[in-house]
Design a protein around this ligand. Structure first.
Ligand code: UD1
Length: 420
């Protein structure tokens, strides 16, 4: 079983490039099957979620090969439209295969999707939106079967701006007859990346990044070469690594506008920033101030995927902070692990009250989901002594060799394989 060992107390310094975005590359990989010509994708880190998505593509006959950070995808032989539980269950994003398979094969059967256990994660919004496109849906035990032979463009209003549902509607409708208008669409930058990717294949999609997305159906899409955006959550995590250790560091290959809500909170804590062409430098105080309130919201609000990392920073800041999780209902489990390190955190339902302490103590802790695991690594950077973090496989879903990134900045962190 792999663990991370972190010896706390080291200052960080220097520059680090941020890898490609997990949440952008996963739907883009699904969308690659909407053409039967070659797709070349750059900036695709070998995250375990990305490799699992490639397994899903391989299962339906879509071949891909990796050349460093690039993936060369050959969707010409794709002919499968069924995803079994053993594949779909590993990855919440397997749900975006629904829209992609309907767009390519006009039918799909998939087992209900998996992912980190951070809440109920139902798919009712996806189902309702597909019905709105005139897709017939049959539920059958643990799987759903969709028939899109009569799919047509339609006005789709989302009750909630769900990221995955917005992506699914875009993919299902991009080759459907007529125009689809999504209102109350998710505005996340990854939606814009999907739009740009689809348009590079000849699609006619407009409005991503706003609440209204317009998709004019086209009869075919062609192959493309595309570079995936950089990962704003990895960037945010690294900025917090700087802030929690009181260290000035510079991130390269970042879009500062994607980080606005995180930068605003770090500024409230006393950090200052410098911006260059695709670079962000954080210059934090020796010990940050508590920011008072962190409330997660859909983009451009504070991201739920940064909630745990920001809570780790609040745990050692000066003052008390209230953290409210509005997006997922079960995203505070890592707080029990932070408490083992001496953090003063009380959780009640979707609210955590974090009283900043002077010091944390290194001890043995375990990740229980991706971002919660990252929060434990951040806490380890500042804790006295050694922190060992188990269940690293959660962290590997979204951070490519987190120990290498942090070591490059001067942290004392390494991965070990222990037999148990
Ligand atoms: C995506 C991101 C995830 C991020 C989340 C919110 C990917 C691969 N994952 O997840 O990292 O945390 O956006 O920014 O891009 N919901 C329903 N019914 C549905 C669909 C969603 O109730 O049919 C609820 C979810 O349970 C959750 C909320 O809506 O409470 C947000 O979910 P959604 O925006 O769909 O997130 P994902 O696309 O799953």
């Amino acid at each position: 079983m792999e663990k991370l060992y972190v010896a706390g107390g080291r200052k960080l310094s220097g520059e680090i490039g941020v890898h490609g975005s997990k949440n952008a590359v996963l739907p883009i990989l699904a969308a690659a099957i909407l053409t039967d010509e070659e797709v070349v994708l750059h900036n695709c880190p070998a995250l375990s979620d990305v490799e699992n998505m490639r397994r899903i593509l391989a299962h339906i006959g879509c071949r891909s090969r990796r050349e460093g950070e690039s993936l060369i995808i050959d969707p010409s032989g794709a002919d499968g439209w069924e995803l079994p539980e053993r594949l779909a269950g590993r990855l919440r994003s397997s749900i975006t295969m629904l829209g992609a398979m309907l767009g390519r094969f006009a039918r799909a059967r998939l087992a209900l999707p998996g992912g980190c256990d951070i809440g109920l994660r139902p798919i009712d919004l996806h189902i309702k939106a597909m019905s709105g496109l005139n897709v017939a849906i049959y539920e059958d035990g643990g799987s759903i079967f969709c028939d899109a032979r009569n799919i047509r463009g339609a006005d789709i209003h989302l009750d909630y701006p769900s990221v995955g549902t917005t992506e699914n509607v875009m993919m299902a409708s991009v080759r459907a007859f007529g125009t689809t208008v999504i209102t109350n669409a998710a505005k996340e930058p990854e939606i814009t990346d999907l739009q740009n990717f689809l348009n590079s294949m000849g699609a006619r999609v407009f409005g991503a990044g706003t609440g209204t997305i317009i998709i004019h159906g086209v009869s075919r899409l062609h192959g493309t070469e595309y570079t995936v955006m950089s990962d704003r959550i990895v960037a945010g995590t690294l900025l917090v690594a700087g802030a929690i250790t009181g260290s000035r560091i510079t991130l390269e290959r970042v879009h500062k506008e994607h980080l606005a809500s995180v930068i605003a909170k770090l500024r409230e804590g006393g950090s200052t920033f410098e911006f260059g062409d695709a670079t962000v430098t954080v210059d934090p105080p020796e010990r940050s101030l508590s920011v008072g309130l962190v409330e997660t919201l859909p983009y451009p609000g504070f991201p739920t995927d940064m909630q745990a990392q920001m809570t780790a920073l609040q745990a050692v800041s000066v003052g008390t902070c209230i953290v409210v999780e509005n997006v997922f209902e079960n995203r505070f489990r890592y707080c029990a692990e932070l408490r083992k390190m001496g953090a003063n955190i009380t959780v009640k339902n979707r609210v955590a009250v974090v009283g900043g302490v002077q010091r944390l103590q290194g001890t043995a802790v375990s990740s229980c989901d991706l971002r919660g695991g990252a929060a434990l690594v951040l806490a380890g950077l500042i804790a006295d002594g050694i922190t060992t973090i188990g269940d690293v496989q959660y962290i590997d879903r979204g951070y490519y060799r987190i120990e290498d990134m942090l070591s490059a900045l001067g942290a004392d962190i390494r991965r070990t394989t222990e037999t148990v």
